[in-house]
Write a protein that binds this ligand. Structure first.
Ligand SMILES: [Zn+2]
Ligand SMILES: [Zn+2]
Ligand SMILES: [Zn+2]
Length: 473
């Protein structure tokens, strides 16, 4: 079956994985396989007053919905665009006098939406909304403890529509939504077609949120919560399309555990069943044939685990100076014991480079970012979005530290990856492209200055020599 804009993909029976999508034609790296808007989406509870409930942008000043006092919008355009989605939610919140958590809100929004429509959401989508209902039925169960129970959900829903779904299998894909720069998770959305793309820890596609042109607020380009599935490399006709639901930077057992907990399946991809790269992610350092003892490795690993947890906690509390102190301490203990591809070393390097950049200690940040990128290169797929963003961070840190040539090199490499994973129109790619041009210009100016400097120095030396010769004669 090929429908609408999904001409590059079709449904097929993927054996024990159930249904899957496969390519109907050869795809090149960076090609968009399909794009789709979210079926429904909600802003996280914690950011409900800081992020627009319509376009998911973070704004300093938002206008509150006068009916429910809960929803916030950039302006009237955003509010009007979102009213159809918010209408029932607004009534329910008003009647209850409080708002339920994000999972319940998402489930309810989806339900109300399903009962409003009749079957196919749009002809470009492969899945009818009936399949979505089942997933929604799962949601309140999963979150009942945290959200105050099913009763709340039923009560809340009943204020919008009454009947509840009863089917059992689920297909839709829940995805965390990030702000316009892709830096902070701000909400969660439901994407029906994305749910058809099976998981693989070493996938041939990547999924990216692209909210469109951020300066065109009221135009059609100001799209909401749109995702793109992009080919991460060459894909042959008939090949199954896969994405990774989890970050690759975990041991195979860790990824399997996460996938089991969150998506209820056992990953049997090649990377997991062969434990590919687990050895690198737990490797001990080796310098000039000197290997640390097994006990030492064990001790430092345990110390690092504890330290990483502490660092994460302190970072959440924004105690950045303490974070930096702990990072330095941990890296010192890890030196000559754990390899630079070890997960705990990479975690610390990542936080250290990020926080030090934030604190504008660019030289130190650059050193850590460089080590991090070297480790990532050995672990990640060459066209992985996380790798691209890490290289970008290394580039910016070197640039700001005054190492323009190295910085420019990193930035160029990051552009090449993000052109594939994010595409040329994504706001991050655009930012990066302007940094590439800026560093290129600075580099040229720097080289020119160097030429002038050499020329003046040569001239001065010549003059001195001439003077000396004159004195001698
Ligand atoms: Zn908005
Ligand atoms: Zn409202
Ligand atoms: Zn796997």
């Amino acid at each position: 079956m090929t429908v609408g804009n999904m001409e590059s993909a079709q449904l097929f029976d993927a054996g024990n994985k159930g249904r899957g999508l496969r390519a109907t034609k050869e795809l090149r790296a960076g090609e968009v396989v399909f794009a789709e808007p979210s079926f429904s989406a909600v802003v996280f509870d914690s950011l409900a007053t800081q992020v627009c409930h319509s376009c998911f942008r973070r704004q300093a000043k938002l206008h509150r919905c006068a009916q429910c006092n809960f929803a916030h919008y950039c302006d009237r355009t955003c509010q009007t665009a979102c009213w159809d989605e918010h209408k029932q939610e607004c009534a329910a919140i008003k009647k209850m006098g409080k708002w339920p958590g994000e999972n319940v809100r998402l489930a309810a929004r989806t339900l109300w939406c399903i009962h409003k429509d009749t079957g196919i959401v749009s002809d470009s989508q492969l899945v009818s909304v009936d399949h979505l209902e089942a997933h929604v039925a799962d949601l309140p169960k999963e979150t009942s403890a945290a959200q105050g129970g099913c009763d709340t959900f039923l009560e809340y829903c009943s204020y919008g529509r009454s009947s509840l779904p009863s089917t059992t299998s689920h297909t839709s894909m829940e995805l965390t939504l990030s702000d316009q720069r892709g830096l902070q998770a701000v909400g969660v959305g439901l994407f029906p077609n994305l749910g058809l793309v099976n998981h693989d820890c070493w996938p041939n596609c990547s999924v990216i949120l692209n909210h469109g042109n951020q300066s065109a607020v009221s135009s059609a380009l100001h799209s909401q919560r749109r995702i793109e599935l992009r080919a991460a490399g060459h894909i042959s006709e008939g090949e199954e399309l896969t994405v990774s639901y989890v970050d690759f930077l975990n041991l195979s057992t860790g990824r399997q555990k996460k996938l089991q907990e969150r998506f209820h399946f056992q990953c049997s991809c090649e990377q997991c069943s062969e434990h590919v790269k687990d050895d690198l992610m737990t490797a001990a350092a080796e310098s000039e044939g000197n290997k640390p003892s097994a006990d030492k490795v064990k001790e430092v690993t345990a110390f690092s685990k504890e330290c990483v947890e502490k660092i994460e906690r302190l970072r959440a509390e924004k105690d950045y100076h303490e974070v930096v102190r702990l990072c330095r301490d941990c890296l010192e203990k890890q030196e000559n014991v754990l390899a630079d591809t070890h997960l705990y070393v990479l975690r610390v390097l990542s936080v250290a480079s990020e926080v030090l950049s934030y604190l504008q200690s660019f030289s130190e940040a650059a050193g850590y970012a460089r080590r991090m990128v070297e480790g990532y290169m050995k672990l990640y797929n060459p066209n992985n979005a996380q790798l691209g963003l890490a290289i970008m961070r290394a580039g910016v840190a070197h640039w700001h530290a005054g190492q323009i040539e190295v910085g420019h090199g990193f930035i160029c490499r990051a552009v090449a990856i993000l052109m594939v994973t994010h595409g040329p129109n994504h706001p991050i790619t655009r930012d990066l492209e302007s940094m590439r041009m800026q560093t290129e210009m600075e580099l040229k100016m720097f080289k020119q200055k160097e030429c002038v400097y050499h020329a003046t120095r040569d001239a001065a030396l010549m003059k001195q020599r001439l003077l000396k010769r004159k004195q001698r004669t």
